[in-house]
Design a protein around this ligand. Structure first.
Ligand SMILES: N[C@@H](CCC(=O)N[C@@H](CS)C(=O)NCC(=O)O)C(=O)O
Length: 346
């Protein structure tokens, strides 16, 4: 008898999981990407070819970084397991085609949200997970201490297919400085060229400069100049035309940020179910039906917080504790003087 009850219980549990993850709700039925992801059993995520703190693989092929965590959050929400992600490393030049030609379902690769990218090429930006801006790195002994010291003939190394290339052109042209661009498709080629002295300055997003600096033969011989010449709001991108998938990715990121705002983290998330703040209860699925609106079960957000952590935990683990950018700067919560502000999960 006892054995029968036990068998019946596991059967019911199996049915519950099946109902949750395969059929879902009305929203789930409308998303081709969600259906394909569930069928495949992993999230297809496009990342960089190696940018410490953002998306970087170790020798064993384990990917870490704040951009990686966005895809892990989606996997936790959709598949119940943050490890169910297949990462595809992409150069800046090939990243958008990989998304539009259906090789990946999320591009989470230090990609700047701009009007032309959002509007023109079948892409939809879903949010910002790192507020950045473009800067310049120079050798300490170059004599440059500001971009105002740049003179005609300066050579600048950077990546092809980036906003960096365009900003650099605008910047030098508006200052009337004749410059020589030295561009490569792969980031490692840019770093190697700069390291070998083939250009006077290396320009990219300041987060990129901080991350790539580690790869130089003598990082201490280089400085990042104080000026920031552009706005580079970096965030995940999805293919245009699947609004349910778009919402899932957007709200997976938002949940991480809002969890930090409400002090919900990977260790206390379960106990927050009994919080007396309804906003906190909604975040951990103890109140409301937010999951159903996205075609997911109601523990989707709890799993994100438990398995991946809130935004602050992800930032600390990947960017601060690794010494890349210990200071959060604008990527601090709006409640703490930064500009991280997401719409409420309610
Ligand atoms: N945010 C800029 C620049 C992105 C970019 O690709 N930057 C280079 C320089 S840091 C990079 O990430 N390289 C890493 C890689 O290609 O793996 C954009 O969206 O165009």
């Amino acid at each position: 008898m006892f054995k029968l009850i036990k068998q019946l219980t596991s059967l019911l549990a199996a049915i519950a999981v099946l109902v949750t993850f395969s059929t879902g709700s009305f929203a789930a039925g409308k998303s081709k990407t969600l259906k394909n992801t569930t069928k495949k059993g992993f999230v297809r995520c496009g990342v960089s070819q190696g940018l410490p703190g953002f998306s970087n693989a170790d020798a064993a092929g384990n990917w870490t970084g704040v951009d990686v965590d966005v895809c892990r959050a989606v996997a936790a929400a959709v598949l119940g397991d943050a490890s169910k992600v297949k990462f595809t490393p992409l150069s800046a030049k090939e990243r958008f085609t990989a998304l539009t030609s259906n090789e990946i379902d999320i591009l989470s690769r230090n990609t700047t949200w701009t009007l032309s990218r959002d509007a023109d090429i079948g892409l939809t930006f879903v949010g910002v997970n790192f507020y950045d801006g473009q800067g310049f790195m120079v050798r300490k002994n170059s004599g440059y201490s500001s971009v105002n010291d740049f003179k005609d003939g300066i050579s600048a190394c950077t990546n092809l297919g980036t906003t960096t290339e365009l900003n650099m052109r605008d910047f030098f042209n508006s200052k009337g400085i004749k410059y020589e661009p030295v561009t490569f498709e792969k980031a490692d080629e840019v770093v190697a060229a700069y390291d070998a002295g083939r250009c006077d300055t290396y320009t990219t997003d300041k987060s990129g400069l901080a991350a790539q600096r580690i790869k130089l033969s003598n990082p201490d011989d280089h400085i990042v100049l104080p000026e920031t010449i552009s706005k580079e709001p970096l965030g995940p991108v999805v293919r245009q035309g699947d609004s349910v998938w778009e919402d899932i990715v957007r709200w997976s990121l938002n949940v991480m940020i809002e969890a930090e705002e409400y002090g919900v983290n990977s260790s206390n998330a379960d106990s927050m179910k009994s919080s007396d703040n309804p906003a906190v209860k909604r975040l951990v699925g103890a109140e409301g039906e937010l999951g159903a609106a996205l075609g997911l079960d109601n523990d989707w957000s709890l799993r994100i917080i438990k398995q991946v952590g809130n935004y602050g935990e992800s930032y600390k683990r990947n960017i601060a504790d690794t010494g890349i950018l210990p200071d959060r700067g604008p990527n601090e919560l709006w409640t703490k003087g930064g500009i991280l502000y997401v719409p409420p999960a309610r």
